[in-house]
Design a protein around this ligand. Structure first.
Ligand code: PSU
Ligand code: MN
Length: 306
């Protein structure tokens, strides 16, 4: 892709070889309601900056891929009437239609591959869905093929988590629990399922990722960072809500790209906003950790080069 537009902040950081954290934008266009979406986008960027890294929110505006948005562009994206949800297969559509859209985890990773960004923060990755037989998020395919460090709060609990973890194992994607053995499940700190490695610091994560890539693998390292304890919702409390929302999605015939946004919104209604507070808290927490990892990665690269 030659037509990538980088913000002045991102250009500066790249020239000076400073740490950069990519942020996805489907969470802005489809994951959260207005006005919380714009607020969250700004807060995530600030969280990255406060930890000493440059934030690069990735999105399409008028068919152009942007790596890093300025304040006006962020505001425009958050208020866009009918934005696309852009995974890798949708790049051609938005380019040709000169459309606007939020990039998913997979779409953002593809953009990072072109821009040379190695660290990325999101809320929860997509995975294998429960309610239809062959709905598997393209996020998993991207994790299998693009070597970066992706920080999430586990996979969304609306998914079939055992199947999602099996897929990641098949595709050689290590799942690192940050300070935990138990794979977090987005709203909850636990799932009862195992991670493949437990690490305790950004430095350990960087060392692990380097070892992974030096073994010749091209897959991502997925870091699962549990939602902060204060905003976490126990699994037992979330499970009936998820069951109900999933059943409704099936009855309404919701499918394809619409499944995830429908479920997130319905769960928010059913929990009277509690799930959204957890969602916002975990997004900020992940931006913070990703920035610390990006810094540790730069330090380690400098040391290697010296
Ligand atoms: N995490 C959130 N909210 C979201 C998403 C993740 O907290 O809206 C988005 C991500 O962009 C992810 C997408 O890539 O949902 C997955 O969609 P699908 O299952 O259709 O691949
Ligand atoms: Mn899907």
């Amino acid at each position: 892709m030659d037509d990538i537009y980088k913000s002045s902040d991102v250009n500066r950081a790249m020239r000076a070889n400073l740490p950069i954290v990519a942020l996805e934008s489907t969470v802005i266009t489809h994951g959260l309601p207005r006005p919380q979406n714009l607020q969250l986008a700004r807060d995530m960027e600030r969280a990255v900056r406060e930890e000493g890294a440059t934030a690069a929110t990735v999105a399409f505006l008028d068919g152009q891929l942007h790596i890093g948005l300025n304040e006006n562009e962020l505001e425009r994206l958050a208020n866009e009437k009918e934005p696309h949800k852009v995974g890798p297969r949708d790049f051609a559509t938005v380019i040709i239609e000169e459309a606007c859209g939020g990039t998913t985890v997979a779409g953002t990773m593809l953009a990072c591959k072109h821009a040379g960004i190695k660290v990325f923060a999101t809320g929860g990755i997509g995975g294998v869905h429960r309610e239809s037989s062959f709905d598997i998020s393209a996020d998993l395919q991207a994790l299998a093929t693009i070597p970066m460090i992706v920080v999430c709060a586990g996979a969304k609990a609306i998914l079939d988590l055992p199947a999602t973890l099996e897929y990641l194992e098949t595709m050689n994607v290590p799942v690192v629990g940050y300070g935990t053995d138990d794979f977090p499940s987005f709203y909850s700190r636990e799932s009862g399922l195992d991670v493949s490695a437990k690490l305790e610091s950004p430095e350990e994560i960087v060392e692990f990722a380097r070892a992974h890539w030096s073994a010749g693998l091209q897959s991502a390292v997925l870091v699962a960072n549990p939602v902060p304890a204060g905003e976490a919702i126990p699994k037992s409390e979330m499970e009936p809500v998820i069951e109900k929302a999933s059943k409704e999605a099936k009855e309404k015939g919701i499918h394809g790209q619409e499944v995830t946004p429908f479920l997130l919104q319905r769960i928010n209604e059913l929990t009277k906003g509690k799930s959204m507070r957890a969602n916002l808290a975990l997004l900020l927490n992940n931006a913070q950790l990703a920035a610390r990892i990006a810094r540790a990665l730069r330090t380690s690269e400098r040391r290697k080069a010296a």
